[in-house]
Design a binder for this molecule. Structure first.
Ligand code: GCW
Length: 663
């Protein structure tokens, strides 16, 4: 009985809090109401440890936990291979959080608060958790001048010109938000890296941020510019096999670790899109990575070497990473991890998984996702990305008899440390991410990095309850809307395996006709869609680029035949005649028309759903999301009309009579 009363009181409290306040989204999902002094007097938080992380855990509970006594206990017998894990048990009227290290206690504390905030029952708890990946990492593409590459939430959070003197309160809020979802590592700067980040004055600034993040269990990494020895150290060049260059990096690493003893290591974009790298000196990626790995090894630092190599060649762009890296399998040192984008091209609305996953059994691999919506309507479109993340993580590569999914390969392999990265969507906007629902992508990335087995739907429900309200009348329809939103964007932008038909450079709207004067062939959208009088799509079978051969059997056969290729990848792998019969009996052309229209209809449906929830949340966020949905609906029509009218100049077929006419 008492529990039901508690539940109702909490629910009413949360609802009142939500409805009565003007909300700018700045609190993210962390909307716990602070306990009053009298509430605090009725319960005790017991934490005998004084280190910074355990103290953060105790302070969170002290400030926000209102459901009885809690004990924090470090368990000496905790398995060493499960750091950061924790167990939560109800023992009588008390709750006990036990863990092998203080960060485990911190994550346990946030788990309890999450349950409280969702109004969950608290009796008989016995929860055991351990993370899927040891390193759960955000990559910021933030430049030292305050701009953010592909950032749609304002300027960078990091105020380099003020640091280390002035400390924005948002640094701590950012760290707290990350810790609450299990993120424990951040790369502060853009992979297109300025060498200046390694200069002594910048390292002081980096140290200041690292000191703020440490009590939240977060370690700092930096992106480095491979030419730093020449550009910053005045060496004649940056050839990784020259002892003086290796020595420069060793000294630099020592300097960094004197300031930041738990520094994580370097993230490197080398020989891609004009960035310098070992190939400038006739050396390999492995030569470059291992030279840095040697400098970091005495400090247990890591090298995260990106496999996104995009250079002008006559070869199909989708094949480049595999071709460059597979021959190097077995050559990377054990503190190097290859950081691989989820798909073989570039964060498109839908791509098959990158065939590099599972193709290098002697090399540690990790996935890189893009949380910022470079190719997904920026922060104007509501697109919930958990389904996209899970599609890659759950993809079966067939490279191992067991655990051959991308998640399995990146969690268990020759790894010293397993890791996963997401390119952050965070900026200095009041609501952090530009769109209120883009916060859900930061949230879902962190939670999936913690546990790849969580479902998109349960994460949407969790996030909605915490961010808006646990009211089922809101959570039920909106969680469905969120899960559908990724399919909607695929439909109105690039259905059936189409890809990269974005407007040049900014990547916001459609430009399948694009013609960049003097540009490379792979900068022309035609390169990707290949529309002509016969059909549309990129032939990646044996009659075309044969990229399909980079996948293992049975995938290469399945993807390689029009009849067995999943329709969602059809135009990714095949050039298909306009009149080709699809599974539903319609022609390819008609299916394209229906898909684009369906995308438009889905967004209009989202608008109706959203409008029906007026009054169930604060006015500010209601109206702000409503305005963004208007933009999204307009953009969906723009995509449909632009693409269909352009492709129609090749298909010469009519838009099916049942559908709306393009305007
Ligand atoms: O998607 C492309 C982006 C570039 C980015 C690059 C990369 C940081 O358009 O802006 O550069 O990928 O991932 O390196």
């Amino acid at each position: 009985m008492g529990n039901i009363v508690w539940y109702i009181v909490c629910l009413l409290g949360i609802l009142c809090h939500q409805l009565c306040q003007a909300e700018d989204g700045s609190q993210l999902w962390l909307r716990y109401a602070r306990v009053t002094a009298s509430e605090a007097a009725f319960r005790k938080i017991h934490c005998p440890y004084r280190d910074a992380v355990a103290s953060t855990a105790a302070a969170e509970l002290q400030d926000y936990w209102r459901r009885g006594d809690v004990d924090l206990q470090l368990d000496k017998k905790w398995p060493k291979w499960q750091p950061d894990g924790y167990r939560i048990r109800s023992l009588g009227s008390k709750t006990v959080i036990s863990a092998g290290n203080s960060t485990g206690l911190l994550y346990g504390a946030f788990h309890l608060l999450r349950l409280q905030q969702q109004g969950a029952a608290m009796q008989g708890l016995d929860i055991s958790e351990k993370p899927s990946y040891a390193l759960r990492m955000l990559n910021h593409w933030d430049n030292l001048d305050g701009t953010v590459e592909r950032g749609y939430a304002g300027h960078s959070l990091w105020k380099w010109e003020e640091l280390p003197g002035v400390i924005s309160p948002r640094y701590r809020e950012y760290a707290r938000a990350n810790a609450s979802i299990g993120i424990n590592a951040v790369v502060l700067n853009n992979v297109n890296a300025s060498p200046l980040i390694l200069r002594a004055d910048y390292l002081e600034k980096v140290k200041t941020l690292a000191d703020i993040f440490r009590p939240y269990g977060i370690r700092v990494f930096l992106s480095i510019n491979f030419s730093a020895p020449a550009l910053l150290g005045n060496l004649p060049d940056s050839d990784p096999l020259r002892p003086v260059v290796a020595g420069w990096w060793k000294d630099k690493a020592d300097e960094i670790y004197r300031l930041i003893p738990d520094f994580g290591g370097f993230l490197v974009k080398a020989n891609s899109e004009g960035q310098p790298g070992p190939q400038d000196y006739g050396r390999t990626h492995a030569d470059g990575a291992n030279m840095l790995a040697a400098a970091l090894r005495p400090h247990r630092g890591l090298v995260l070497w990106r496999a996104f190599v995009y250079n002008p060649t006559a070869e199909d762009r989708a094949k480049q990473a595999y071709q460059e890296f597979v021959p190097l399998d077995g050559q990377f040192d054990d503190n190097v991890i290859l950081q691989i984008k989820n798909g073989p091209i570039d964060f498109q609305p839908r791509e098959p998984f990158n065939p590099l996953f599972g193709a290098m059994p002697k090399t540690s691999q990790m996935v890189e996702f893009q949380i910022t919506q470079e190719y997904l309507g920026f922060s104007n479109h509501l697109v919930y990305l958990a389904p996209l993340f899970k599609e890659t993580l759950d993809a079966q590569t067939y490279s191992r008899s067991e655990a051959g999914t991308v998640a399995g390969i990146t969690q268990r392999g020759p790894h010293l440390v397993s890791a996963i990265a997401g390119v952050a969507n965070i900026g200095e906007d009041r609501n952090w991410c530009g769109h209120h629902f883009a916060q859900a992508n930061w949230y879902a990335f962190g939670r999936l990095a913690w546990n790849t087995g969580l479902s998109s739907n349960s994460l949407a429900r969790e996030w909605l309850s915490m961010t808006f309200s646990p009211d089922p009348a809101l959570v039920n329809p909106l969680s469905e809307l969120m899960v559908e939103s990724r399919e909607a964007v695929v439909n109105y932008m690039m259905p059936l395996g189409l890809h990269h038909i974005f407007a040049f450079e900014h990547h916001y709207g459609p430009e399948p006709w694009g013609d960049i004067p003097g540009g490379r062939p792979d900068w022309m959208p035609w390169y990707y869609h290949n529309a002509d009088l016969l059909g549309i799509g990129f032939d990646r079978t044996a009659t075309g680029s044969n990229a399909v051969a980079q996948y293992r059997s049975p995938l290469r056969e399945q993807f390689g035949q029009i009849g067995s290729c999943p329709e969602q990848y059809l135009l990714w792998f095949h050039h298909v005649p306009w009149k080709h019969r699809m599974k539903n009996g319609r022609s390819l052309w008609d299916n394209l028309c229906y898909a684009y229209q369906q995308g438009v209809d889905q967004v209009r449906g989202f608008q109706r759903q959203w409008d029906s929830l007026e009054g169930k949340m604060d006015t500010q966020r209601f109206q702000e999301v409503q305005s963004k949905l208007k933009i999204q609906a307009r953009d969906a029509v723009w995509w449909r009309d632009a693409c269909l009218l352009y492709f129609q100049t090749f298909s010469k077929m009519p838009i099916p009579a049942a559908l709306e006419r393009p305007v």
